[in-house]
Design a protein around this ligand. Structure first.
Ligand code: NAD
Length: 481
């Protein structure tokens, strides 16, 4: 279904994110017939170039980062693009942008795909130039602050110019098909929700493992670390969706109210329930895969590239059920997965050597998005009653046809949600602040103790301390694969 006519201004329209994700994604939506003919996309960035140069740049980006084969209509898409060279902190370009945006009755979206330090400048300039109307929407990228204080300040700045209903804080994890399917599975089936609590669930694991190192982001990353870069936002959002109470309706504030209650119910994390790690160089490949400290050019860095932790949610549903979270760079495989491990059956009627398995529901975000439920059945054949664990598999690509139904990249889905005015999958101001309020004491504790992250091998599952933390509880991490 096409969205209504819109003007989308991408501040930072020449940047890495715009070229890799936003623009190829918009082209795919255009090819899918979701973009009305009147839609316009205006790149606005510091680089001096004209609309022709911008169209060439976008064509190259689509070629390089995917989407080119989405359809055969690249020229018609490029004709929708315009460009303004603009300075967020100066006067250059604003009159031109104002001119482009004036006199049109359509949805206006301003995407702030620039460093967060510029969010306030952009908001202020938009207002000065009469473009911050009550109906326009702004999209802001992560990182949203680096602690509670800075997040509050950023929220307050944006609130000076825009109402909360106009602000879309993007977390692309929420745009993933499986993440939304998690809600469909939980709240669209009778099967799971009655079991979704401390009585039947032994524990829950959330793993987001990357194989890449810090790459070219070393300078930024070293001031941030895995806790700020991944746990405070992405893992926390996944935890909320897994743990929240059923909202009364699938509408933005009903969902976000429930997520907020979860964040507020998470206990402070005890130091011995926390493991930090820092990756070592890949053996024999030190040049291409240097150690974390070499990659960021800081031989004394104490920033973590890996975190594992055990969290408790103090409410009736989850009291006593641990949530184990883990994320890291340069790990053995690129894999994001949420796993719900159910308890043992109360009593086994089968012989001891028949085997016994727990039901495990695994929700894979990448690769191969899909949901699998491990079910115990009898091993086929004449060997007597022996039990095996088999997966009831719902890999979307298989279940929904060769292209997995309509597998849409998270960014393009979220941008279309902005244009439709649907904030359900975007973080609200109070959610972001509550997540920082939980994260801050953890980071402050590390700083106060001068905590040094544990080294771990590149291509491993992280420091052995993380395995140990699980083993102490008589459990183990799911294999990262
Ligand atoms: P980038 O450095 O590649 O691009 C920055 C863009 O901002 C460029 O288009 C540049 O011209 C523009 N810009 C810089 N100063 C400006 C000014 N004074 N006035 C107007 N425009 C100015 O950055 P990026 O990687 O595209 O990241 C953009 C934002 O998205 C950042 O907040 C980043 O944290 C976030 N983000 C990026 C990624 C990613 O994969 N690149 C992922 C998640 C979030």
């Amino acid at each position: 279904i096409p969205v209504d006519p819109f003007d989308l201004v991408i501040f930072g329209g020449t940047g890495d994110l715009a070229r890799r994700k936003i623009l190829p994604g918009l082209y795919r939506r255009y090819c899918a017939g979701q973009m009305p003919e009147e839609a316009r996309i205006i790149g606005a960035a510091r680089t001096e170039m004209d609309a022709k140069g911008y169209r060439e740049m976008v064509a190259e980006a689509i070629e390089e980062f995917g989407g080119k084969d989405a359809c055969d209509n690249l020229d018609a898409f490029l004709a929708k693009l315009d460009y303004v060279a603009i300075d967020a902190r100066g006067e250059t370009g604003w009159a031109e942008l104002q001119d482009l945006m004036s006199g049109k009755d359509r949805i206006e979206v301003y995407y702030f795909s620039v460093a967060p330090g510029l969010f306030g400048d952009l908001a202020e300039r938009l207002q000065q130039w009469g473009m911050a109307g009550e109906e326009c929407r702004i999209v802001v990228e992560k990182p949203f602050g680096r602690d509670l204080e800075s997040a509050r300040a950023l929220n307050a700045t944006l609130a000076t110019y825009f109402k909360e209903q106009q602000i879309y804080r993007i977390d692309h994890y929420l745009g993933k098909e499986t993440v939304q399917n998690l809600m469909a599975v939980r709240f669209g089936n009778m099967l799971f929700e009655p079991l979704w609590n401390r009585q039947y669930v032994d524990h829950i694991q959330i793993t987001v493992a990357e194989t890449v190192g810090v790459g070219g982001r070393g300078e930024y990353y070293d001031k941030s670390g895995a806790m700020r870069d991944m746990v405070q936002n992405h893992l926390m959002q996944l935890l909320c969706l897994i743990a929240m109470e059923p909202p009364a309706r699938f509408d933005p504030d009903a969902v976000r109210d429930e997520k907020l209650k979860v964040i507020r119910a998470i206990d402070p994390v005890l130091p011995h329930h926390l493991v930090r790690g820092q990756y070592e160089a890949e053996e024999g490949n030190e040049e291409d895969a240097p150690s974390y400290r070499d990659a960021v050019g800081n031989p004394r860095s104490r920033t973590e590239s890996f975190v594992a932790l055990k969290a408790h949610i103090s409410n009736w549903r989850w009291h006593g059920t641990p949530f184990y979270l883990r994320t890291g760079k340069r790990m053995v495989a690129r894999s994001s997965e949420i796993t719900v491990v159910f308890k043992d059956t109360p009593h086994s009627i089968f012989a001891e050597d028949a085997g016994r398995h727990r039901n495990v529901l695994s929700i894979r975000l990448q690769p191969n998005e899909g949901i699998t439920l491990g079910v115990t059945i009898k091993e086929p054949g004449p060997g007597g009653m022996r039990l095996v664990d088999v997966p009831l598999d719902m890999t979307f690509a298989e279940a929904l046809g060769p292209d997995g139904g309509d597998q849409v990249d998270a960014y393009e889905r979220l941008i279309m949600d902005v244009i439709r005015g649907n904030q359900t999958l975007f973080m609200r101001d109070d959610e972001v602040e509550a997540a920082w309020a939980w994260t801050d004491p953890i980071i402050q504790g590390w700083e106060a103790r001068h905590d040094v992250p544990k080294p771990y091998d590149s291509g491993s599952a992280g420091p052995t301390d993380a395995t140990e933390m699980m083993r102490r509880d008589g459990r183990e991490w799911r294999k990262v694969s």
